[in-house]
Each structure stands twice: as structure tokens, then as C-alpha cells.
Design a protein. Sequence first.
Length: 94
Amino acid sequence: MRWYSGVASLLMAALLAAVSMASSDIHEAAKAGDLEQVRSLLASNIRLLDAKKESGINGKERGQSPLHAAAAAGHADIVTFLADQGEPTSKAVG
């Protein structure tokens, strides 16, 4: 094994951890009604638009997108913003 294989593995692990943390952040911001934070997170990584929540209370939030989190919390402004960004609104939570 070459020395750079270990470095590549560490970099990949750090990247995956950062994406996971950002995914959690956008769900929390959407749920809390923090439109500016949602905008900021999407500006830094548009792929968060399709991020699915990995866990939740009793598994109820698992698989939710940021749009689902905003809708469940009654934040119509964030739902509209996310839908305008291209959030696939026809997907079922599952």
C-alpha cells in the first residue's frame, strides 16, 4: 500500500463527515424556520437540497428532505424557497 492511500482515506472520511454534518444542519435550520441559514448552506453546497435525514425521534424523521422538515414544522417560506430551488416535491417520504 502506498503512503498516499492512507491520506486519501483520511480525506474521504473527513469529507463524508462534513457532508453528514451539513446535511443535519440544513434539516435543523429548515425545521427551526431559519431561512437565512438554509440559504447559506445551499449556497455552499446545492447537493444539500436532496439530503435525507439519517435519524430522528423514533425514526419518524428518517428519510426526510429539508423540504419535508420545513413543511412538518409549518414554515411555508422555507418550503416555497426550497421548491423554487428545485426540490423534488413529488417524492413520498419513505
